[in-house]
Ligand binder design. Structure first.
Ligand SMILES: [Zn+2]
Length: 454
């Protein structure tokens, strides 16, 4: 009989410590330890009998089995999955509370009329789910709703209903009666996922786990769970904006390169198959401090709108604030402007904001950020229909970026007739692109920008 002992488990990475510590030595997170009960196998009971030899097989003799994926009704979802749901796979869908994870999944399964689905909810009542389904407005006779949090009962119900797809909403609400830790703790989340995985693999049924993320943007017990599941997707966006991005963090059956784009509407989510200009507000044309750039998201290019504000500071140390853009990178761009263009920013407050509530990590946006800062500094609007694509080096050079051809074509398609790019990339461009202005460094850029514009 296994005994139980109290241990402290990091809720972020699953690291176990015999006593409480303030900082996890494995993942460096603070105050992440919670006391949990763990069963201890009595020592000395390990089998000493000799194992028999297994069968190793030559790689050339392995027959590859074709995977028949379950096609979901949304191409945006399928593309991110790598072509559809893989039977027997565990997919974790994370996102902040209220972002629309449950809506996305419910809407998807309601549209899957030829598949028997079991939607297990520990979050909402049957009535709430019914209301949500009515709002979505799709009728389905093959979708079962089960409100329960006990994983043993859930597994038993799965066995009796025999669904073709299982949804767990959310993985933090389900718990095993065999463990004394509360729901949402690393041990519970891991154990429940393990039990579901056993079933999923044995019967080749895909399971979608919905998980809430904490304030740091991690799914509770994320690292420990990410190892177990086959794919992890983040559903991103913010409550003030309509657009939602479905972004893979891990995918055993596809690339982590593609994104899916949806728009939140009154009834639910609508997929956006042509998202090139969704992040442009269209409200700020002709204002100083506004610049347009591009970001590469998987096989797609999205146009972004950057707003900067440079103003006199009333504080001894001026403020530097960036929203949606890496703050250290923003500081670096300001330093380059100061040093290489001679603009005095040391007594100025500097703010930058990416419209649309997304986070930009693509360095190809550097040149657009620089252009918006310069525009705000002089309080002069940038030339119309102009966009900026380039990475900034510390010495002020404008460096090449990936997929320049695609970015310029997309900018042209969306009406940007002037596109500033790195001079080093001019030869890479397709003949069909137009309005390209190659620049080698920030001085060259400033000279051409002002000659072009004002
Ligand atoms: Zn940790």
């Amino acid at each position: 009989m296994a005994k139980e002992k109290a241990v402290f488990v990091c809720q972020n990475c699953g690291y176990i410590s015999p006593k409480w510590v303030g900082k996890c030595s494995n993942c460096n997170s603070w105050n992440s330890f919670i006391e949990e009960m763990q069963s201890v196998e009595p020592k000395g009971l390990k089998s000493k009998t000799q194992a028999t030899a297994g069968n190793a097989i030559k790689i050339s003799e392995i027959r590859r089995r074709e995977i028949t994926r379950i096609k979901l009704p949304y191409d945006e979802f399928n593309r991110v999955l790598g072509g559809g749901l893989v039977p027997g796979s565990l997919v974790l869908l994370g996102g902040e509370p209220g972002i629309g994870k449950s809506t996305l999944v419910l809407q998807t399964v309601l549209n899957l009329k030829d598949q028997k689905v079991l939607y297990v909810s520990g979050e909402e009542s049957e009535n709430q789910i019914k209301l949500r389904a009515e709002r979505i407005g799709i009728k389905n006779d093959n979708c079962y709703i089960y409100t329960e949090t006990n994983i043993e009962k859930i597994i038993a119900t799965i066995k009796s209903i025999e669904p073709q797809i299982i949804i767990i909403d959310s993985v933090q609400t389900v718990a095993s009666a065999d463990l004394t830790s509360s729901p949402g703790t690393v041990s519970q989340v891991r154990e429940c996922t393990r039990l579901l995985q056993e079933y999923a693999k044995e019967f080749e049924i895909p399971v979608i786990l919905i998980g809430h993320i904490n304030k740091d943007g991690d799914i509770a017990g994320p690292m420990s769970l990410e190892h177990i599941v086959d794919a992890v997707f983040q559903f991103e966006g913010d409550n003030n904006h309509y657009y939602r991005l479905l972004r893979p963090k891990k995918n055993r059956f596809g690339s982590t390169y593609e994104i899916g784009v949806f728009e939140m509407q009154n009834y639910g989510l609508k997929e956006i198959t042509d998202p090139g200009n969704i992040l442009l507000t269209g409200e700020n044309t002709g204002l100083s401090g506004v610049a347009y750039g591009t970001i590469g998201e998987g096989s797609r290019t999205l146009m972004i709108e950057i707003q900067s504000l440079i103003g006199n500071s009333v504080y001894s140390s001026p403020q530097r604030t960036s929203t949606g853009f890496d703050s250290r990178r923003f500081q670096m761009i300001l330093a380059v402007i100061e040093k290489r263009l001679g603009l005095n920013l040391s007594q100025k407050d500097a703010f930058v904001n990416i419209a649309g509530g997304i986070k930009v990590s693509d360095t190809a946006a550097d040149l657009a950020v620089l252009a918006s800062v310069v525009s705000s500094y002089y309080d002069k609007p940038l030339p119309e229909n102009t966009c900026f694509v380039g990475e900034l080096g510390l010495s002020g050079q404008i460096r090449p970026v990936s997929f320049i051809d695609k970015r310029v074509s997309e900018a042209n398609r969306l009406g940007f007739t002037n596109v500033f790019i790195s001079a080093a990339q001019k030869s890479e461009l397709d003949k069909k692109t137009s309005g390209v202005i190659p620049v080698s460094d920030v001085r060259d850029f400033a000279a051409k920008l002002f000659r072009k514009g004002n």
